[in-house]
Design a binder for this molecule. Structure first.
Ligand code: ZN
Length: 202
């Protein structure tokens, strides 16, 4: 990847581009941006442009970059910290699942009720986290991250697939369990989630 990038940069240098500093205006705010003109064509750096528009740019393990936007977290400070830690952990250790959460979720909302479920996805782009999850004993960042992935799978299914409820739940649990494994959660946590899956999809 680095080699290809280097070759591209060298080719660009050979055709002697004209470097310039331009500004773009996003939400009435002026943001500076390095641009390049080659053959009368203006080139704008994708990362700076995406970031100026509020997106977050990550390297996909494949060849291309994808820009994702973190969901808005709605709740008190304690809630915001817990969810931010879970998203940070996913971003660092499990980028594909981080991308899934960011792609299908617009808002992660704290819902203070004693719903039996820990979380549920709603409409087409919202995840509600119930009080019961936060009151769980041994609540870990890994577990919260896996719940976010679980719900994001539901949001993806609602948007693109019409699988039956049990199939949908099975997919969400399996992906959540895989997330726990990738994040290095405790065996106890992984087995507990698997047992819940068996109960729910039976
Ligand atoms: Zn579910």
């Amino acid at each position: 990847m680095k080699k290809i990038l280097l070759t591209v940069i060298m080719i660009l240098m050979l055709v002697s581009p004209v470097m310039a500093k331009e500004v773009i205006v996003v939400d009435n705010a002026i943001k500076p941006m390095e641009t390049m003109t080659i053959d009368n064509r203006l080139f704008v750096p994708l990362r700076s442009l995406a970031e100026a528009m509020g997106a977050e740019v990550t390297w996909n393990q494949a060849i291309f970059i994808k820009s994702v936007k973190r969901p808005e977290i709605v709740g008190d400070d304690k809630f915001k910290i817990l969810i931010t830690q879970a998203l940070d952990l996913l971003k660092e250790k499990d980028p594909p699942d981080y991308e899934t959460v960011c792609t299908y979720t617009k808002q992660i909302i704290f819902t203070p009720n004693n719903d039996e479920a820990y979380a549920h996805s709603e409409g087409s782009d919202k995840i509600n986290i119930c009080t019961s999850l936060l009151n769980r004993s041994n609540l870990s960042t890994e577990y919260i991250a896996s719940v976010l992935v679980h719900e994001a799978v539901h949001l993806c299914n609602v948007r693109y697939y019409f699988s039956d409820i049990r199939q949908n739940e099975n997919m969400a649990y399996l992906r959540g369990i895989a997330t726990l494994q990738i994040l290095g959660a405790t065996q106890e946590e992984i087995i507990g989630t698997e047992l819940t899956r068996q109960k729910v999809v039976k």
